[in-house]
Design a protein around this ligand. Sequence first.
Ligand code: ADE
Length: 230
Amino acid sequence: MLGIIGAMDEEVAKIKEQMQDVKIRTRASMDFYEGGLNGHSVVVVRSGIGKVNAAMCTQILVDEYQVRAIINTGIAGSLNADINIGDIVLSTDALEHDMDAVAFGYPVGQIPRMDTLSFEADPELRRLAKEACEEVNPDVTVFEGRVVSGDQFVSDKAKKEWLVEQFAGYCTEMEGAAIAHAAYLNQIPFLIIRAISDKADDSASVDYPAFEAKAIEHSVKLLLELCKRL
Ligand code: ADE
């Protein structure tokens, strides 16, 4: 069983439409859609926005559905001038950019008393997702890099520059690293697939609504093709 998490209704609606034999269960105010997707057994769920929702959702997928891997699909702000609106970022790793225990000697982003700064995505899922994307989104460039997550919609040039300097992130969003963190604690492979909706700078709040739908289309197409290949 594969767990698929999107933060918002818009991000999971198109995936749910493609599912067969759906059974719905509600836990922690989240609706879990269990069924078939392109020949694969999946559970699709809208977690809600932010790190706490995402982490709780991941744990429920592990405890109630014994998922063997988790994919987080959705949209993100670009942190790299080469990565344009509509392009896709696959996570190499993910970290929480708003974790700060610098006062105790930890690098910013590192969770105190954990043995890692960032959480590594599964290389095999990454490879398959890259192949799938090149097949179904030939006009879109796929990048592989670090996803930095925080409970903040980044729409400020100075904050964006700080994220790039501190973490060399490729994109920023609000759930991926929390899912990665929960997957790490449960020793479950994960991958974050994000299509770029904005540049996480002063134009972000204008670009985001304009490009949200297109970006979601790219990430959903990729996910459907990935399911075929798993
Ligand atoms: N999701 C999409 N764009 C984002 C941004 N700029 N910051 C945080 N999350 C996002």
